[in-house]
Design a binder for this molecule. Structure first.
Ligand code: ZN
Ligand code: ZN
Length: 133
């Protein structure tokens, strides 16, 4: 009887060995987030029964897994004016060029992988550039 309620595969990424990733607005290149501001979430479904549990099932759920989350979730940040204004949910616009970068919601949002993030400050990967610092 294993209790797999808490699936924490988080390795402490406190060290500075790795180069940090930063995220910029694609349009104006403003830095909108860095790696340590990312709020990780577990991938919805599939991931936890990957290794051992559901090996015997004849219907493989592998192809149902979304390839990749289409957005990242971050901590609330200063440039998020809509957050500062006290909204509950609102578009997130780049403070530099007003491009829409994502959406936030204090009550939570669902990632395309199926996982609920709460509260959610979502940045669409298609709107930002990911680069190494
Ligand atoms: Zn911008
Ligand atoms: Zn996701």
């Amino acid at each position: 009887m294993e209790s797999t309620v808490q699936v924490s595969n988080q390795t402490d990424v406190e060290s500075k060995e790795k180069p940090q990733m930063i995220y910029r607005c694609k349009k104006c290149r403003r830095i909108v987030a860095s790696e340590d501001q990312i709020v990780p979430h577990e991938r919805g479904q599939g991931q936890k029964c990957f290794n051992w549990k559901k090996r015997t099932g004849d219907n493989t759920t592998l192809d149902e897994q979304p390839s990749e989350c289409s957005s990242i979730f971050v901590e609330p940040m200063k440039w998020m004016q809509a957050v500062e204004e006290g909204n509950v949910g609102q578009k997130l616009q780049c403070i530099g060029c007003n491009a829409r970068l994502g959406y936030f919601s204090w009550v939570g949002m669902q990632c395309n992988c199926g996982t609920w993030v709460n509260p959610a400050f979502q940045l669409h990967k298609s709107r930002i550039d990911e680069c190494q610092f």
